[in-house]
Design a protein around this ligand. Structure first.
Ligand code: ATP
Ligand code: MG
Length: 227
């Protein structure tokens, strides 16, 4: 049997940020392969390049050198419209601080990326209801972020990230703002997302989340140092 084509293949990824005081090397020849429906946790000390790596995997940022393919396409050869289409429809993002739009309700936050992707009104209605039920918030659809708890905000953010059925969920410290019990609920939700066939790459200091991933990568000084 031939091995499945990777979802993401990053080779020799280096990312330098030019600064007045000299270039900062945030990522230093890191290579990473993510298979479809894999669950990978990334750990490492502050400043070692974890968020920088996620930005590259998410096609938000581009490496200074090295190559990256997403679903077999060389990301460097895509134009900005093609990359933003990948971000919108193939990748979901979850952040430590949720980043929900404060003026929009839970419902509207989840509906927005579908509208941006051109999903019809009736499909949006069905999908948004399904997603808010999936994350256990069917009774909070009209709440704005300020009217939700931290755990609830993160569940809305996860529903939003899944809105366009991405192949990959990227999460940067998704439980960093949450207490232990609430963090465990998010870990449970990630398990379900993974079981439903979505690949997850999560940067985390949370032992529960890290323990549930199928693979753990440790980073240090811009490198992947252990698997
Ligand atoms: N836009 C930028 N411009 C200049 N330097 C940057 C930029 N982004 C990150 N860096 C630097 O690159 C290094 C890696 O940053 P990164 O945010 O990837 O770390 P991290 O592992 O996510 O840390 P933390 O756990 O604290 O979030 C840091 O030294 C940081 O100062
Ligand atoms: Mg970070």
């Amino acid at each position: 049997m031939t091995p499945a084509a990777p979802l993401i293949e990053g080779r020799d990824l280096t990312r330098q940020f030019p600064m007045a005081a000299g270039a900062v090397t945030a990522l230093n020849h890191a290579s990473i392969r993510i298979d479809p429906a894999e669950y990978v946790a990334i750990t490492g000390p502050s400043g070692c390049g974890k968020s920088t790596l996620l930005h590259l995997l998410g096609c938000v940022d581009q490496p200074s050198s090295g190559s990256l393919t997403f679903e077999g396409r060389d990301v460097a050869r895509l134009n900005e419209t093609e990359r933003s289409r990948i971000r919108l429809t193939r990748i979901g993002f979850v952040f430590q601080r949720f980043f929900l739009l404060p003026m929009l309700t839970a419902w509207e936050n989840v509906e927005l990326p579908q509208a941006e992707a051109g999903v019809s009104r009736s499909e949006r209605r069905t999908r948004t209801r399904e997603l808010l039920e999936y994350v256990g918030l069917a009774d909070r659809i009209d709440h704005r972020p300020s009217q939700l708890s931290g755990g609830e905000m993160q569940r809305v953010a996860i529903a939003r990230a899944l809105a366009n059925r991405p192949a990959l969920l990227l999460a940067d410290e998704p439980t960093g703002e949450l207490d232990e019990v609430t963090g465990d609920q998010i870990a449970d939700l990630f398990d379900r997302v993974h079981a439903d066939g979505t690949a997850i790459v999560v940067v985390t200091h949370n032992a529960t989340v890290a323990a549930r991933a199928g693979r753990r990568l440790a980073m240090n000084s811009g490198r992947i140092v252990a698997e």
